[in-house]
Design a protein around this ligand. Sequence first.
Ligand SMILES: [Zn+2]
Length: 482
Amino acid sequence: MKRAWSAKNLWERSPAWLKTVAGRALRAVPLPLILGARFRRRYRFVLDAQRWPAERIRAWQVEQLRRILSRAQDRSAFYRESLRDAGLDPRDVRSPEDIQALPTIDKQTLLDHLDEMMTQPPSASGADYVTTGGTSGTPLSFYINADRSAIEYAHLTAAWARVGFAPGDTLAVFRGRVVEEDRRGLRHHFDPVLRQHFYGNFHMTDDNMRRYLDHVRTIGPCFLHVYPSSADALARFVRRTQTSPPPNIRGILAESEIVYPEQRSRAEEAFGCRYFSCYGHTEKLVLAAECEQSNDAHVDPLYGCCELLDDEGRPITTPGREGEIVGTGFINTVVPFIRYRTGDRATYVGDRCNACGREHLLLRGIAGHRTQEMLVAADGARISWTAVNMHDDTFDRVRRFQFHQRRAGHAVLRIVPAPGFGEADLTRIRRHLAVKLEGRLTFDAVLCEDIPLTGRGKATYVLQELDDDSCASMLSTSSRSS
Ligand SMILES: [Zn+2]
Protein backbone atom coordinates (compact mmCIF):
# COMPACT_ATOMS: atom_id res chain seq x y z
CA MET A 1 0.00 0.00 0.00
CA LYS A 2 1.26 3.41 -0.88
CA ARG A 3 -0.75 5.76 1.26
CA ALA A 4 -3.23 5.64 4.05
CA TRP A 5 -4.95 8.67 5.44
CA SER A 6 -7.65 7.32 7.71
CA ALA A 7 -7.21 7.61 11.43
CA LYS A 8 -7.38 3.86 11.90
CA ASN A 9 -4.82 3.21 9.18
CA LEU A 10 -2.47 5.86 10.47
CA TRP A 11 -2.73 4.48 13.95
CA GLU A 12 -2.09 0.91 12.92
CA ARG A 13 1.01 1.99 11.04
CA SER A 14 2.47 4.10 13.83
CA PRO A 15 5.66 2.86 15.47
CA ALA A 16 5.24 0.81 18.65
CA TRP A 17 6.84 3.44 20.90
CA LEU A 18 4.41 6.10 19.73
CA LYS A 19 1.50 3.77 20.35
CA THR A 20 2.73 3.07 23.85
CA VAL A 21 3.11 6.74 24.74
CA ALA A 22 -0.04 7.93 22.97
CA GLY A 23 -1.92 4.83 24.06
CA ARG A 24 -1.58 5.68 27.73
CA ALA A 25 -3.09 9.07 27.10
CA LEU A 26 -5.82 7.78 24.79
CA ARG A 27 -6.89 4.76 26.79
CA ALA A 28 -9.63 6.66 28.54
CA VAL A 29 -11.06 8.10 25.32
CA PRO A 30 -14.00 6.17 23.82
CA LEU A 31 -12.89 4.35 20.67
CA PRO A 32 -15.62 5.74 18.36
CA LEU A 33 -14.28 9.20 19.14
CA ILE A 34 -10.78 8.15 18.10
CA LEU A 35 -12.02 6.47 14.93
CA GLY A 36 -13.52 9.75 13.84
CA ALA A 37 -16.76 11.35 12.72
CA ARG A 38 -16.92 9.39 9.46
CA PHE A 39 -16.88 6.15 11.41
CA ARG A 40 -19.49 7.32 13.91
CA ARG A 41 -21.89 8.59 11.26
CA ARG A 42 -21.62 5.47 9.16
CA TYR A 43 -21.90 3.11 12.14
CA ARG A 44 -25.12 4.78 13.31
CA PHE A 45 -26.46 4.84 9.74
CA VAL A 46 -25.81 1.12 9.16
CA LEU A 47 -27.46 0.19 12.45
CA ASP A 48 -30.53 2.32 11.67
CA ALA A 49 -30.84 1.13 8.07
CA GLN A 50 -30.88 -2.54 9.05
CA ARG A 51 -34.62 -2.32 9.54
CA TRP A 52 -35.44 -0.37 6.41
CA PRO A 53 -38.21 -1.86 4.23
CA ALA A 54 -37.06 -3.36 0.92
CA GLU A 55 -38.29 -0.40 -1.15
CA ARG A 56 -36.23 2.08 0.82
CA ILE A 57 -33.15 -0.14 0.55
CA ARG A 58 -33.60 -0.45 -3.20
CA ALA A 59 -34.01 3.31 -3.63
CA TRP A 60 -30.77 3.86 -1.73
CA GLN A 61 -28.97 1.28 -3.86
CA VAL A 62 -30.22 2.96 -7.05
CA GLU A 63 -28.75 6.24 -5.81
CA GLN A 64 -25.39 4.57 -5.15
CA LEU A 65 -25.38 2.79 -8.52
CA ARG A 66 -26.08 6.07 -10.33
CA ARG A 67 -23.20 7.68 -8.44
CA ILE A 68 -20.71 4.89 -9.22
CA LEU A 69 -21.83 4.44 -12.83
CA SER A 70 -21.77 8.18 -13.56
CA ARG A 71 -18.26 8.49 -12.22
CA ALA A 72 -17.21 5.44 -14.22
CA GLN A 73 -18.77 6.89 -17.36
CA ASP A 74 -17.12 10.28 -16.89
CA ARG A 75 -13.65 9.10 -15.98
CA SER A 76 -13.00 5.52 -17.03
CA ALA A 77 -12.46 4.63 -20.68
CA PHE A 78 -13.25 0.98 -20.01
CA TYR A 79 -16.66 1.61 -18.43
CA ARG A 80 -17.56 4.41 -20.85
CA GLU A 81 -17.29 1.86 -23.62
CA SER A 82 -19.21 -0.89 -21.85
CA LEU A 83 -22.02 1.51 -20.84
CA ARG A 84 -22.26 2.71 -24.43
CA ASP A 85 -22.30 -0.86 -25.79
CA ALA A 86 -25.03 -1.78 -23.31
CA GLY A 87 -27.05 1.34 -24.15
CA LEU A 88 -27.24 2.21 -20.46
CA ASP A 89 -27.22 5.80 -19.24
CA PRO A 90 -26.46 5.95 -15.48
CA ARG A 91 -29.19 8.61 -15.04
CA ASP A 92 -31.76 6.12 -16.36
CA VAL A 93 -31.07 3.50 -13.69
CA ARG A 94 -34.40 2.92 -11.92
CA SER A 95 -33.81 -0.37 -10.14
CA PRO A 96 -30.74 -2.36 -8.99
CA GLU A 97 -31.57 -4.94 -11.67
CA ASP A 98 -30.91 -2.38 -14.42
CA ILE A 99 -27.17 -3.03 -14.13
CA GLN A 100 -27.80 -6.48 -15.57
CA ALA A 101 -27.62 -4.76 -18.95
CA LEU A 102 -23.86 -4.52 -18.38
CA PRO A 103 -21.52 -7.47 -18.88
CA THR A 104 -19.92 -9.13 -15.86
CA ILE A 105 -16.19 -8.70 -15.34
CA ASP A 106 -13.68 -10.91 -13.56
CA LYS A 107 -10.11 -11.09 -12.39
CA GLN A 108 -8.84 -11.45 -15.95
CA THR A 109 -10.63 -8.20 -16.92
CA LEU A 110 -8.72 -6.46 -14.16
CA LEU A 111 -5.39 -8.01 -15.14
CA ASP A 112 -5.94 -6.89 -18.74
CA HIS A 113 -7.59 -3.46 -18.31
CA LEU A 114 -6.72 -2.01 -14.90
CA ASP A 115 -5.38 1.24 -16.37
CA GLU A 116 -8.53 1.95 -18.42
CA MET A 117 -10.79 0.99 -15.51
CA MET A 118 -9.35 3.62 -13.19
CA THR A 119 -11.24 6.87 -12.59
CA GLN A 120 -8.16 8.82 -11.54
CA PRO A 121 -4.42 8.60 -12.13
CA PRO A 122 -2.63 6.13 -9.83
CA SER A 123 -0.49 9.00 -8.53
CA ALA A 124 -3.50 11.08 -7.38
CA SER A 125 -3.95 11.43 -3.66
CA GLY A 126 -6.43 9.32 -1.79
CA ALA A 127 -5.62 6.02 -3.50
CA ASP A 128 -3.92 2.97 -1.99
CA TYR A 129 -2.32 0.24 -4.05
CA VAL A 130 -3.33 -3.18 -2.76
CA THR A 131 -2.61 -6.74 -3.75
CA THR A 132 -4.85 -9.59 -2.83
CA GLY A 133 -4.31 -13.31 -3.09
CA GLY A 134 -7.83 -13.73 -4.40
CA THR A 135 -8.98 -17.28 -4.87
CA SER A 136 -7.08 -18.84 -7.70
CA GLY A 137 -3.36 -18.69 -7.06
CA THR A 138 -2.99 -15.53 -9.15
CA PRO A 139 -2.19 -12.35 -7.23
CA LEU A 140 -4.40 -9.42 -8.13
CA SER A 141 -3.42 -5.76 -7.74
CA PHE A 142 -5.58 -2.68 -7.92
CA TYR A 143 -6.19 0.71 -6.33
CA ILE A 144 -8.72 1.59 -3.67
CA ASN A 145 -9.76 4.65 -1.68
CA ALA A 146 -7.32 5.27 1.12
CA ASP A 147 -10.10 6.40 3.45
CA ARG A 148 -12.04 3.13 3.17
CA SER A 149 -11.02 1.75 6.58
CA ALA A 150 -13.33 3.86 8.72
CA ILE A 151 -16.31 3.01 6.49
CA GLU A 152 -15.45 -0.65 6.27
CA TYR A 153 -14.91 -0.92 10.03
CA ALA A 154 -18.28 0.74 10.64
CA HIS A 155 -20.06 -1.88 8.51
CA LEU A 156 -18.17 -4.73 10.13
CA THR A 157 -18.69 -3.62 13.71
CA ALA A 158 -22.36 -2.86 13.05
CA ALA A 159 -22.70 -6.52 12.03
CA TRP A 160 -20.78 -7.67 15.11
CA ALA A 161 -23.28 -5.70 17.19
CA ARG A 162 -25.73 -8.54 16.52
CA VAL A 163 -23.75 -10.68 18.95
CA GLY A 164 -23.25 -7.93 21.50
CA PHE A 165 -20.01 -6.32 20.34
CA ALA A 166 -19.67 -2.55 20.72
CA PRO A 167 -16.80 -0.45 19.27
CA GLY A 168 -14.22 -0.25 22.03
CA ASP A 169 -14.84 -3.74 23.37
CA THR A 170 -11.69 -5.77 23.87
CA LEU A 171 -10.59 -8.15 21.11
CA ALA A 172 -8.25 -11.13 21.46
CA VAL A 173 -6.89 -11.41 17.93
CA PHE A 174 -5.59 -14.65 16.41
CA ARG A 175 -4.98 -13.53 12.83
CA GLY A 176 -2.07 -12.85 10.50
CA ARG A 177 -0.06 -10.29 12.44
CA VAL A 178 3.57 -11.07 13.21
CA VAL A 179 3.93 -10.84 17.00
CA GLU A 180 7.34 -10.72 18.69
CA GLU A 181 7.97 -12.35 22.04
CA ASP A 182 7.54 -10.02 24.99
CA ARG A 183 9.72 -10.01 28.11
CA ARG A 184 8.09 -13.19 29.36
CA GLY A 185 8.61 -14.95 26.03
CA LEU A 186 4.92 -14.66 25.22
CA ARG A 187 3.98 -13.76 21.65
CA HIS A 188 1.55 -11.09 22.66
CA HIS A 189 1.17 -7.44 21.80
CA PHE A 190 -1.42 -5.05 23.17
CA ASP A 191 -2.76 -2.08 21.24
CA PRO A 192 -4.26 0.10 23.97
CA VAL A 193 -6.18 2.39 21.64
CA LEU A 194 -7.97 -0.20 19.54
CA ARG A 195 -8.16 -2.44 22.65
CA GLN A 196 -6.76 -5.36 20.74
CA HIS A 197 -4.58 -8.12 22.15
CA PHE A 198 -2.65 -9.75 19.32
CA TYR A 199 -1.37 -13.29 19.76
CA GLY A 200 1.17 -15.15 17.62
CA ASN A 201 -1.03 -17.04 15.21
CA PHE A 202 2.06 -18.53 13.53
CA HIS A 203 3.05 -20.30 16.71
CA MET A 204 0.06 -22.40 17.66
CA THR A 205 1.95 -25.14 19.48
CA ASP A 206 0.26 -26.73 22.51
CA ASP A 207 2.58 -24.92 24.87
CA ASN A 208 1.91 -21.54 23.28
CA MET A 209 -1.83 -22.07 23.02
CA ARG A 210 -1.95 -22.84 26.74
CA ARG A 211 -0.08 -19.61 27.46
CA TYR A 212 -2.27 -17.60 25.06
CA LEU A 213 -5.47 -18.83 26.70
CA ASP A 214 -4.04 -18.21 30.18
CA HIS A 215 -3.34 -14.66 29.09
CA VAL A 216 -6.80 -14.22 27.57
CA ARG A 217 -8.22 -15.10 31.01
CA THR A 218 -6.63 -11.94 32.38
CA ILE A 219 -7.91 -9.35 29.87
CA GLY A 220 -11.53 -9.06 31.03
CA PRO A 221 -14.67 -9.47 28.90
CA CYS A 222 -13.57 -9.92 25.31
CA PHE A 223 -14.34 -11.35 21.89
CA LEU A 224 -12.02 -13.65 19.95
CA HIS A 225 -11.28 -12.25 16.48
CA VAL A 226 -10.06 -15.18 14.42
CA TYR A 227 -9.43 -16.97 11.19
CA PRO A 228 -11.67 -20.05 11.26
CA SER A 229 -8.50 -22.16 11.11
CA SER A 230 -6.95 -20.51 14.16
CA ALA A 231 -10.18 -20.82 16.18
CA ASP A 232 -10.22 -24.47 15.22
CA ALA A 233 -6.67 -24.98 16.45
CA LEU A 234 -7.64 -23.44 19.81
CA ALA A 235 -10.88 -25.44 20.04
CA ARG A 236 -9.10 -28.71 19.29
CA PHE A 237 -6.51 -27.86 21.91
CA VAL A 238 -9.16 -27.10 24.55
CA ARG A 239 -10.95 -30.33 23.80
CA ARG A 240 -7.87 -32.55 23.50
CA THR A 241 -6.29 -31.32 26.71
CA GLN A 242 -9.60 -30.87 28.56
CA THR A 243 -8.56 -27.33 29.40
CA SER A 244 -11.35 -25.20 30.79
CA PRO A 245 -11.85 -22.28 28.39
CA PRO A 246 -11.46 -18.67 29.57
CA PRO A 247 -14.91 -17.76 30.94
CA ASN A 248 -14.55 -14.12 29.86
CA ILE A 249 -14.88 -14.83 26.10
CA ARG A 250 -18.26 -13.46 25.00
CA GLY A 251 -18.20 -14.51 21.37
CA ILE A 252 -16.03 -15.66 18.47
CA LEU A 253 -15.83 -13.33 15.44
CA ALA A 254 -14.55 -15.21 12.41
CA GLU A 255 -13.47 -13.76 9.06
CA SER A 256 -11.30 -14.27 5.98
CA GLU A 257 -11.75 -17.99 5.42
CA ILE A 258 -14.74 -20.19 4.75
CA VAL A 259 -16.27 -21.83 7.79
CA TYR A 260 -16.79 -25.58 7.99
CA PRO A 261 -19.86 -26.52 10.06
CA GLU A 262 -17.89 -28.96 12.22
CA GLN A 263 -15.38 -26.22 13.06
CA ARG A 264 -18.19 -23.95 14.15
CA SER A 265 -19.74 -26.54 16.43
CA ARG A 266 -16.35 -27.57 17.81
CA ALA A 267 -15.50 -23.96 18.69
CA GLU A 268 -18.94 -23.20 20.17
CA GLU A 269 -18.73 -26.33 22.26
CA ALA A 270 -15.16 -25.71 23.39
CA PHE A 271 -15.68 -22.05 24.33
CA GLY A 272 -19.37 -22.11 25.23
CA CYS A 273 -20.28 -19.01 23.21
CA ARG A 274 -21.61 -17.93 19.82
CA TYR A 275 -19.48 -18.29 16.70
CA PHE A 276 -20.29 -15.46 14.29
CA SER A 277 -18.80 -15.32 10.82
CA CYS A 278 -18.52 -12.57 8.22
CA TYR A 279 -17.77 -12.78 4.51
CA GLY A 280 -15.98 -10.06 2.60
CA HIS A 281 -12.97 -9.35 0.41
CA THR A 282 -10.19 -6.86 -0.18
CA GLU A 283 -12.06 -5.70 -3.29
CA LYS A 284 -14.86 -4.37 -0.98
CA LEU A 285 -17.79 -5.63 -3.05
CA VAL A 286 -20.01 -7.66 -0.79
CA LEU A 287 -20.18 -7.89 2.97
CA ALA A 288 -22.31 -10.61 4.48
CA ALA A 289 -22.66 -11.41 8.16
CA GLU A 290 -24.68 -13.91 10.08
CA CYS A 291 -28.08 -13.28 11.62
CA GLU A 292 -28.26 -13.16 15.41
CA GLN A 293 -31.00 -15.79 15.19
CA SER A 294 -29.47 -18.18 12.64
CA ASN A 295 -26.28 -18.95 10.72
CA ASP A 296 -27.65 -17.63 7.43
CA ALA A 297 -25.60 -14.76 6.03
CA HIS A 298 -27.31 -11.38 5.61
CA VAL A 299 -25.87 -9.42 2.70
CA ASP A 300 -25.32 -5.82 3.78
CA PRO A 301 -27.25 -3.82 1.12
CA LEU A 302 -25.50 -0.53 1.95
CA TYR A 303 -22.02 -1.90 1.27
CA GLY A 304 -22.55 -3.03 -2.32
CA CYS A 305 -24.95 -4.70 -4.71
CA CYS A 306 -24.84 -8.48 -4.62
CA GLU A 307 -26.17 -10.73 -7.37
CA LEU A 308 -26.23 -14.52 -7.33
CA LEU A 309 -25.92 -15.83 -10.89
CA ASP A 310 -26.25 -19.31 -12.37
CA ASP A 311 -23.76 -20.77 -14.84
CA GLU A 312 -25.54 -19.03 -17.73
CA GLY A 313 -25.34 -15.67 -15.96
CA ARG A 314 -29.04 -15.55 -15.01
CA PRO A 315 -30.11 -14.30 -11.56
CA ILE A 316 -31.06 -17.04 -9.12
CA THR A 317 -34.46 -16.56 -7.47
CA THR A 318 -35.28 -20.13 -6.39
CA PRO A 319 -34.48 -20.93 -2.75
CA GLY A 320 -32.00 -23.79 -2.44
CA ARG A 321 -30.26 -23.09 -5.74
CA GLU A 322 -26.57 -22.34 -5.82
CA GLY A 323 -24.74 -19.73 -7.86
CA GLU A 324 -21.76 -17.39 -8.11
CA ILE A 325 -21.54 -14.25 -6.01
CA VAL A 326 -21.24 -11.21 -8.29
CA GLY A 327 -20.65 -7.86 -6.64
CA THR A 328 -20.80 -4.16 -7.43
CA GLY A 329 -19.07 -2.26 -4.68
CA PHE A 330 -20.11 1.17 -3.38
CA ILE A 331 -16.84 1.88 -1.53
CA ASN A 332 -14.11 1.77 -4.18
CA THR A 333 -14.49 4.77 -6.47
CA VAL A 334 -10.86 4.70 -7.66
CA VAL A 335 -11.34 1.43 -9.55
CA PRO A 336 -15.08 0.76 -9.73
CA PHE A 337 -15.88 -2.95 -9.61
CA ILE A 338 -19.14 -3.25 -11.53
CA ARG A 339 -20.66 -6.73 -11.74
CA TYR A 340 -17.44 -8.47 -10.67
CA ARG A 341 -17.53 -12.26 -10.58
CA THR A 342 -15.89 -13.21 -7.30
CA GLY A 343 -15.49 -16.91 -8.05
CA ASP A 344 -17.19 -17.57 -4.70
CA ARG A 345 -20.38 -19.57 -4.54
CA ALA A 346 -23.39 -19.62 -2.24
CA THR A 347 -26.91 -20.96 -1.96
CA TYR A 348 -29.85 -18.57 -2.28
CA VAL A 349 -32.16 -18.60 0.76
CA GLY A 350 -34.46 -15.61 0.13
CA ASP A 351 -34.82 -11.82 0.24
CA ARG A 352 -36.26 -11.61 3.72
CA CYS A 353 -35.12 -13.27 6.94
CA ASN A 354 -37.97 -15.05 8.69
CA ALA A 355 -35.97 -15.23 11.89
CA CYS A 356 -35.29 -11.50 12.37
CA GLY A 357 -37.53 -9.82 9.76
CA ARG A 358 -34.75 -7.87 8.02
CA GLU A 359 -35.35 -7.48 4.30
CA HIS A 360 -31.88 -8.57 3.24
CA LEU A 361 -30.62 -11.00 0.64
CA LEU A 362 -29.88 -14.22 2.54
CA LEU A 363 -27.15 -16.67 1.58
CA ARG A 364 -26.09 -20.01 2.98
CA GLY A 365 -22.99 -22.17 2.54
CA ILE A 366 -20.68 -19.49 1.11
CA ALA A 367 -17.75 -21.42 -0.36
CA GLY A 368 -14.75 -21.16 -2.60
CA HIS A 369 -13.33 -18.16 -0.85
CA ARG A 370 -9.92 -18.56 0.68
CA THR A 371 -9.89 -22.17 1.57
CA GLN A 372 -7.95 -23.07 4.65
CA GLU A 373 -4.65 -23.98 3.07
CA MET A 374 -1.95 -24.86 5.56
CA LEU A 375 1.81 -25.00 5.72
CA VAL A 376 3.33 -27.21 8.42
CA ALA A 377 6.20 -25.76 10.45
CA ALA A 378 9.21 -27.73 11.67
CA ASP A 379 7.62 -28.09 15.12
CA GLY A 380 4.43 -29.50 13.59
CA ALA A 381 2.35 -26.36 14.10
CA ARG A 382 0.14 -25.46 11.17
CA ILE A 383 0.54 -22.10 9.55
CA SER A 384 -2.58 -20.88 7.77
CA TRP A 385 -1.90 -19.55 4.29
CA THR A 386 -4.34 -16.73 5.06
CA ALA A 387 -1.93 -15.60 7.77
CA VAL A 388 1.08 -15.66 5.47
CA ASN A 389 -0.70 -14.03 2.55
CA MET A 390 0.82 -10.68 1.64
CA HIS A 391 -1.42 -7.73 0.91
CA ASP A 392 1.49 -5.70 -0.36
CA ASP A 393 4.00 -5.68 -3.20
CA THR A 394 5.59 -9.05 -2.30
CA PHE A 395 4.22 -10.88 -5.32
CA ASP A 396 4.40 -8.03 -7.82
CA ARG A 397 5.46 -9.26 -11.27
CA VAL A 398 4.45 -12.80 -10.33
CA ARG A 399 1.82 -14.47 -12.44
CA ARG A 400 1.20 -17.40 -10.14
CA PHE A 401 2.87 -19.09 -7.23
CA GLN A 402 2.43 -22.13 -5.07
CA PHE A 403 4.11 -23.74 -2.09
CA HIS A 404 4.77 -27.44 -2.55
CA GLN A 405 5.38 -29.17 0.77
CA ARG A 406 6.64 -32.71 1.25
CA ARG A 407 8.17 -32.49 4.72
CA ALA A 408 7.40 -30.47 7.84
CA GLY A 409 9.41 -27.26 8.07
CA HIS A 410 10.34 -27.06 4.40
CA ALA A 411 8.62 -26.24 1.14
CA VAL A 412 9.41 -25.42 -2.45
CA LEU A 413 7.96 -22.11 -3.63
CA ARG A 414 7.17 -22.34 -7.33
CA ILE A 415 6.94 -19.01 -9.08
CA VAL A 416 5.59 -18.31 -12.56
CA PRO A 417 7.18 -14.95 -13.35
CA ALA A 418 5.34 -12.17 -15.16
CA PRO A 419 7.14 -9.88 -17.64
CA GLY A 420 9.81 -7.76 -15.96
CA PHE A 421 10.42 -10.20 -13.11
CA GLY A 422 14.04 -10.12 -11.97
CA GLU A 423 16.53 -10.91 -9.22
CA ALA A 424 15.28 -7.98 -7.12
CA ASP A 425 11.77 -9.45 -7.10
CA LEU A 426 13.11 -12.78 -5.90
CA THR A 427 15.08 -11.08 -3.15
CA ARG A 428 12.00 -9.15 -2.01
CA ILE A 429 9.85 -12.30 -1.94
CA ARG A 430 12.49 -14.13 0.14
CA ARG A 431 12.86 -11.20 2.53
CA HIS A 432 9.12 -10.61 3.08
CA LEU A 433 8.29 -14.27 3.56
CA ALA A 434 11.24 -14.73 5.91
CA VAL A 435 9.76 -12.05 8.20
CA LYS A 436 6.45 -13.85 8.37
CA LEU A 437 7.81 -17.40 8.58
CA GLU A 438 10.63 -16.60 11.03
CA GLY A 439 12.66 -19.64 10.07
CA ARG A 440 9.96 -22.04 11.17
CA LEU A 441 9.52 -23.00 7.57
CA THR A 442 12.38 -22.74 5.10
CA PHE A 443 11.77 -22.72 1.39
CA ASP A 444 13.56 -22.93 -1.92
CA ALA A 445 12.23 -20.68 -4.63
CA VAL A 446 12.15 -22.07 -8.16
CA LEU A 447 10.96 -20.36 -11.31
CA CYS A 448 8.74 -22.38 -13.62
CA GLU A 449 6.62 -21.83 -16.70
CA ASP A 450 3.37 -23.10 -15.31
CA ILE A 451 1.78 -24.61 -12.20
CA PRO A 452 -0.65 -27.44 -12.85
CA LEU A 453 -4.15 -27.08 -11.41
CA THR A 454 -5.53 -29.63 -8.97
CA GLY A 455 -7.63 -32.55 -10.16
CA ARG A 456 -10.76 -30.45 -9.72
CA GLY A 457 -9.40 -27.62 -11.81
CA LYS A 458 -8.65 -25.41 -8.83
CA ALA A 459 -5.44 -23.56 -8.32
CA THR A 460 -4.17 -23.59 -4.77
CA TYR A 461 -1.45 -21.73 -2.94
CA VAL A 462 -0.32 -24.77 -1.02
CA LEU A 463 0.10 -28.19 -2.56
CA GLN A 464 0.31 -30.36 0.52
CA GLU A 465 1.92 -33.76 0.10
CA LEU A 466 2.93 -34.56 3.65
CA ASP A 467 1.81 -38.03 4.57
CA ASP A 468 1.74 -38.23 8.36
CA ASP A 469 -1.57 -38.74 10.18
CA SER A 470 -2.20 -35.20 11.30
CA CYS A 471 -1.84 -33.93 7.78
CA ALA A 472 -4.10 -36.64 6.42
CA SER A 473 -6.87 -35.40 8.67
CA MET A 474 -6.08 -31.82 7.75
CA LEU A 475 -6.32 -32.61 4.06
CA SER A 476 -9.66 -34.33 4.46
CA THR A 477 -10.92 -31.11 6.00
CA SER A 478 -9.49 -28.96 3.22
CA SER A 479 -10.84 -31.07 0.40
CA ARG A 480 -14.41 -30.33 1.39
CA SER A 481 -13.86 -26.72 0.57
CA SER A 482 -13.61 -27.09 -3.16
ZN1 LIG B 1 -31.99 -12.55 10.17
